[in-house]
Write a protein of this length. Structure first.
Length: 418
């Protein structure tokens, strides 16, 4: 178990249904795939009774490769087979990750990659700089938030998908990328020459809410550097004399279980965080870190919504179970399973559910849906339920339009020492 990191993340959607899809009926009924029916599916004679399912697959894989009406890439067919096999389990959290998706997932959980240090959003002319990291190469080269990127290395990116633009900008450390941008009201692009560097993605941002002495920390995911970033941002807020704290987990899809447990160590010392139950009946308890408890001398509120999942639910649920924070907002997603990522050949990987988890008091919060896919149970119910308004254009993090945040501020003010 210790060879791999445990992940508790929201579905990534990399399901490739392929050659194993026809196993679904047998698997759902608790039987091994029928070699005879598999053979018939591909127009071959009944397989011998002693022929294994693996042999049937291999035989028909070879038949497809040699007899299909057009040439095929063997890698594509293998990936489809692996993806279909995992999809047949009916678990959206157990997925096959081809090499590029596996690398993206690794970048996400480590929050480290080589690039220029900016988050991009869509724009008709190419991409918009939604955020520029202040200590990154792009910021030092002059790129600012709101700039429109129109070209990369002299080639237009108008009409190119965001992922494609990001891939063009990323590259080996120390190499040069030239980005055409329009900013500061200019309608004519200028070229910024940027030397790529190692980027640590900010996963925690902080501020003191205007007109109050209440701190606000937005945690976007639980990656490797998140706990350190949390500590750094919290110290900055406390240096400004805050009298309350809002931790915003809305839209947080989860991340590393170990990171969530580490951060919980700031609130509770060496306490059970989750109990993981495995298929063989064994259990494993993940505990919060020890000797790192922080003195929170003010009330804490945690914002959640339907997109708060996995490690975010563990963090919020433990704070609720141990009486360390008030949950405000909406019911969470309800993902109560743990995954391991197993590396495969050619840098692909398989993310496989290995256990269910149970919170200290809230227990099992696994999501259940009806036949129409509507959630009927599961997730964490907030202490103070507030639906995000649709009456105005909401800017998350601004209590003037963000009514969930405004309610969290109200809750804190009612508990703050006078």
């Amino acid at each position: 178990m210790n060879r791999y990191k445990k992940y508790v993340t929201v579905p990534l959607g990399f399901l490739a249904c392929g050659a194993f899809g026809f196993f679904l009926r047998d698997i759902q009924s608790g039987k091994a795939p029928s070699t005879e029916s598999v053979g018939r599916l591909f127009g071959v004679k009944a397989a011998p009774a002693t022929m294994t399912a693996a042999a049937v697959f291999r035989t028909n894989y070879n038949r497809i490769m040699t007899d299909y009406e057009r040439p095929l890439r063997a890698t594509d067919l293998r990936y489809a087979g692996i993806g279909g096999m995992l999809a047949a389990l009916g678990d959206p959290h157990t997925v096959f990750l081809p090499p590029r998706a596996a690398q993206d997932f690794s970048d996400e959980t480590t929050a480290k990659f080589f690039g220029v240090g900016a988050r991009l959003g869509p724009d008709p002319l190419g991409a918009k700089a939604a955020e520029v990291f202040e200590d990154g190469p792009a910021y030092r080269a002059g790129l600012r938030k709101g700039a429109i990127i129109t070209s990369v290395d002299g080639k237009s990116v108008t009409g190119v998908e965001i992922d494609g633009i990001v891939r063009r900008i990323k590259g080996p450390e120390g190499t040069i990328v030239r980005i055409g941008v329009m900013q500061n009201g200019s309608s004519k692009p200028v070229t910024l020459v940027i030397r790529r560097g190692r980027i640590t993605t900010p996963t925690v941002t902080g501020d003191v809410l205007s007109g109050s002495r209440i701190g606000y920390l937005a945690v976007s995911q639980f990656s490797e550097p998140t706990a350190t970033q949390f500590d750094r941002q919290l110290s900055k807020l406390e240096a400004q004399g805050i009298r309350g704290l809002v931790i915003d987990l809305r839209g947080n899809p989860g991340g590393l279980l170990t990171t969530a447990a580490d951060m919980l160590g700031r609130f509770v010392d060496d306490k059970p965080v989750v109990t993981m139950k495995f298929r063989n009946g064994t259990q494993e308890v993940q505990r919060s870190s020890s000797s790192q408890v922080h003195a929170f001398r003010y009330p804490v509120a945690v914002l959640t919504d339907e997109d708060s999942a996995s490690a975010a639910e563990i963090f919020a649920g433990c704070l609720k179970d141990y009486g360390k924070a008030t949950l405000v907002g909406g019911r969470t997603y309800g993902k109560a399973s743990v995954q391991n990522v197993f590396p495969l050949i050619d840098n692909s990987s398989a993310k496989v559910t290995i256990a269910k988890y149970y919170l200290p008091s809230s227990g099992y919060i696994g999501r259940k849906v009806d036949e129409d896919g509507v959630m009927v149970s599961g997730g964490l119910e907030p202490d103070v339920k507030v639906t995000l308004t649709t009456d105005v254009l909401v800017t998350l993090g601004d209590p003037k339009t963000d009514n969930q945040l405004a309610k969290a501020v109200e809750v804190i003010q009612s508990k703050a020492p006078r």
